[in-house]
Design a protein around this ligand. Sequence first.
Ligand code: GDP
Ligand code: MN
Length: 443
Amino acid sequence: MASPVAAHAGKLLRDLALRPAFLSARSQAVQLTSRRWLNLQEYQSKKLMSDNGVRVQRFFVADTADEALEAAKRLNAKEIVLKAQILAGGRGKGVFNSGLKGGVHLTKDPNVVGQLAKQMIGYNLATKQTPKEGVKVNKVMVAEALDISRETYLAILMDRSCNGPVLVGSPQGGVDIEEVAASNPELIFKEQIDIFEGIKDSQAQRMAENLGFLGPLKNQAADQIKKLYNLFLKVDATQVEVNPFGETPEGQVVCFDAKINFDDNAEFRQKDIFAMDDKSENEPIENEAARYDLKYIGLDGNIACFVNGAGLAMATCDIIFLNGGKPANFLDLGGGVKEAQVYQAFKLLTADPKVEAILVNIFGGIVNCAIIANGITKACRELELKVPLVVRLEVTVIEQGRCMDLRQETENSNGNLTGLEHVTDQNVNKYATGVFFFFFLCS
Ligand code: GDP
Ligand code: MN
């Protein structure tokens, strides 16, 4: 029944809730505008790996070209690899707004490292996974380059369809793994891991073999896979991705790249890791929302959605799409809401110039509707709301929530409309002259 557009909106949000979405399709739009799960820079992930017995190259980090040059000299390596540090993949094929092509460069000359770093640091690097304008590079990694004789792909994901961790690997690594999954699905191998039993030797060995590691390399790769799995558990990761998980001509298995995402729910017991969070790549509005314990997701329409819970957010966006509208964003209040948060939420929503109307859709299970109503009233009064507002509050303390306070604030109060089908651009525009509330009883 759902229109393709509505299905798309739902997908965006589901991908968000289910990330990492490698096993399904990846959603570019959500990736560009939002971040789910803490993500660290490659150098931070590699430090965790090397502290836990996983093999990575020797490296230094630099935030100026001079430091990069110094680091290259200090490495005293046969060859050096210089890598721009941003929280997105595809850097190798990326382009800087300085004109430099490639966020990953190999050279034997430390002076070249200095020259290249000058064209990286302070400039934006655009890759397939960044917004069009790219992401500003503040740091570079200067590492000892190793020859690679074979590139494979390895990831460990917390996957809902497997009810736990799953190892995903492919002998065809180094490239965009989604393309391999689409063109050669038989080259993607999976091992479901029982989180209580842990990874079995036989599973690690089988994956090593499927990745094409032969002879003594098979044991070495299996050992690295087990160490990566132990790290995954220890740091409460939702994803560890190594692409390429490579092999050198000297017979070493090395993690050449690293991406680790962490479960935000584990922040309380992973303090050291969360302290490394570099928020400079976030949208400022996301940081502001996070300060008040709100989740903000930017989308590209004109109707702001103010909801509680990811499921209701999906349904709300689907309904908006179904009625020919487009959500500008959604702001998830979550549970245990305080009045001040509602006020802050409104402040954030109204600060977005794209927003032409606000839809509040709150199902009061844990949330108390009276608190929401008071928060909205205060926000309307103090922020001098200029755009039309449509409110649906339901369930807990609904009578108080609907009480005079709200009604008194509204000039065009109209309780006659019921049903979310009224939430269309047309209706919203019709009431654009005043603040308008309606309540919908879902019984
Ligand atoms: P990504 O493009 O953001 O995924 O960055 P990667 O760290 O994966 O680097 C991109 C590509 O550069 C890899 O797939 C490798 O082919 C190559 N590369 C990275 N590090 C080295 C290295 O130490 N030696 C060699 N020979 N190639 C490397
Ligand atoms: Mn990579």
